[in-house]
Design a protein around this ligand. Structure first.
Ligand code: PLP
Length: 376
C-alpha cells in the first residue's frame, strides 16, 4: 500500500516509539505523585517541553503547555482570549479553528470575522487587516494550509496586525508546519498550536506554545497540571514519543524539505494534465500537492485509488450536503464547485520514496483516464 495521506496523520516513528516504550511499561507512574518514581517524571516532562519548544522558539520568551491534540490547542487559544467585540480569522482555517470561531457567535462571546483567501490559498493580508479595528481582541491565521499547503508568513502578518491594534492576541495554527518547514516564532506571535501525529508522533498529543508574559486562563480545570494551565494527568508515553519523533524530524527537516519539493514536482510533472489541474502553489509546503480532476468526483477517485493500493485524501467530505460537500478552502480561493468536487490531496512524509511517487502517478493517471472515459 502506498500511503499519500500524511497530512491526515503519519505513521508513528518506530524508533521514537521504542525509545518511549519504557514510559508505558516501567515508568508508568503519575507525574504528580510525591514518591520518587512519580516525581522523577516531572524532570522527564521538562526535558520534553524544552526540546519541543526550542526547535521553533526562544525559551526565554515562550513556554509550552501540553494538550491532547491540535484541536484542543486551537480551542484553548480561541476560547481563552477571544473577548467581547470581534475576533478575526481566515476563510481557510481547519475546522478546529473555523468551528470554534463560529461557536464564539453561538455563545455570544464575540463576532467572528473571516478574511478572504487569495487564489494561492494564502490569506489576503490587506483584507485581513481591514477587518481589524479597536474592538478586535483576537486574530488567528494558520501557518500552513492543510488542504492546499499554502504558507502564510505569520511573523510578518502578526507584526502588521499589532501595528493596527497592539492589544490583539495573535494565534497561529502551526499543526501542518511544525517539524516540516524551517521557521522560528517571531516576537509578535502570542500563541502557536502544534500536534504530534503529523510528524511521526501519536494521535492524542499536542501542545500550545505561548508567550510567557501572557496569562493563559485554563480551559480544563482540575488537578492543576501544566502549572495550572491545563489539568489532566500527563500522557508521559505520548509526550516522550513526541519528543523523540520531533528530534528525528527536525534533524532531517532541511533534507526532507529539499527532497520532498523535488518529489512534489516530479509527481506533478508525471500527472496527465488532461485530467488533473494543480491547486497547490509552487511556494507552498513540499508535503502537500492538491490537484483537481475537474468534472470528476474526488471521492470516487479516492476509492478507485484505494482499490489499486494507493491511499490519498480528498478535499470534499463524504457528504451530499452542499454546505459540507465542497472544500470551503478551495471555494474560498475562487475555484468553482466542479473544481472543488474533483480535489485529491496527495501528502507526503519523510518516509515517502521516489518509487512510491512514480507508482502513485501511474495509478492516478490510469484511474483518472478510466473515470473520464466512463463519464463521457
Ligand atoms: N489544524 C490543522 C491545520 C490540521 O491539519 C489538523 C489536523 O488535521 C488540526 C488542526 C487538528 O489536529 P488534531 O488532529 O491533533 O486535533
Amino acid at each position: 500500500m502506498i500511503y499519500l495521506d500524511n497530512a491526515a496523520t503519519t505513521k508513528p516513528h518506530a524508533e521514537a516509539f521504542e525509545r518511549a516504550r519504557v514510559y508505558a511499561e516501567e515508568k508508568f507512574y503519575n507525574p504528580s505523585a510525591l514518591y520518587n518514581e512519580g516525581y522523577a517524571l516531572q524532570g522527564e516532562l521538562k526535558t520534553a517541553r524544552s526540546a519541543l519548544l526550542s526547535k521553533v522558539a526562544d525559551e526565554n520568551t515562550f513556554e509550552l503547555v501540553f494538550t491532547s491534540c491540535g484541536t484542543e490547542s486551537d480551542n484553548q487559544a480561541i476560547f481563552s482570549f477571544a473577548r467581547r467585540g470581534n475576533a478575526v480569522t481566515t476563510a481557510g482555517e481547519h475546522s478546529a479553528v473555523a468551528a470554534a470561531f463560529a461557536e464564539l457567535k453561538n455563545r455570544g462571546v464575540a463576532e467572528p470575522r473571516f478574511a478572504p483567501l487569495q487564489k494561492d490559498g494564502c490569506v489576503n493580508v490587506e483584507k485581513l487587516l481591514a477587518l481589524i479595528d479597536e474592538k478586535t481582541s483576537f486574530v488567528s491565521v494558520m501557518h500552513v494550509n492543510n488542504e492546499l499547503g499554502s504558507i502564510n508568513d505569520i511573523n510578518a502578518i502578526a507584526k502588521l496586525v499589532k501595528q493596527k491594534n497592539p492589544r490583539v492576541i495573535f494565534h497561529s495554527d502551526g499543526v501542518q508546519a511544525y517539524g516540516k518547514i524551517p521557521f522560528r516564532l517571531g516576537k509578535e506571535v502570542d500563541l502557536y498550536s502544534v500536534s504530534a501525529h503529523k510528524i511521526g508522533g501519536l494521535k492524542g498529543v499536542g501542545a500550545l506554545i505561548k508567550r510567557k508574559s501572557l496569562t493563559l486562563p485554563p480551559y480544563l480545570i482540575g488537578g492543576g497540571q501544566e502549572s495550572g494551565k491545563r489539568s489532566g494527568t500527563e500522557n508521559t508515553f505520548g509526550i516522550k514519543q513526541f519528543e523523540y519523533a520531533a528530534q528525528a524530524k527536525f534533524a532531517s527537516l532541511e533534507a526532507d524539505f529539499k527532497r520532498l519539493t523535488a518529489y512534489r514536482e516530479t509527481l506533478w510533472e508525471a500527472l496527465d494534465k488532461s485530467v488533473y489541474s494543480r491547486l497547490s502553489p509552487q511556494d507552498g509546503t513540499p508535503y502537500i500537492l492538491s490537484v483537481s480532476a475537474i468534472g470528476l468526483r474526488g471521492e470516487i477517485l479516492l476509492h478507485m485509488a484505494n482499490d489499486k493500493g494507493l491511499i490519498v485524501g480528498t478535499g470534499s467530505a463524504c457528504s451530499s450536503n452542499v454546505k459540507t460537500r465542497y472544500s470551503k478552502t478551495v471555494l474560498a480561493c475562487g475555484h468553482d464547485t466542479k473544481t472543488a468536487d474533483g480535489v485529491l490531496r496527495l501528502s507526503f512524509s519523510g518516509e515517502t520514496t521516489e518509487a512510491e511517487i512514480e507508482q502513485a502517478a501511474a495509478i492516478l493517471n490510469e484511474i483518472g483516464r478510466d473515470l473520464k472515459r466512463r463519464m463521457q
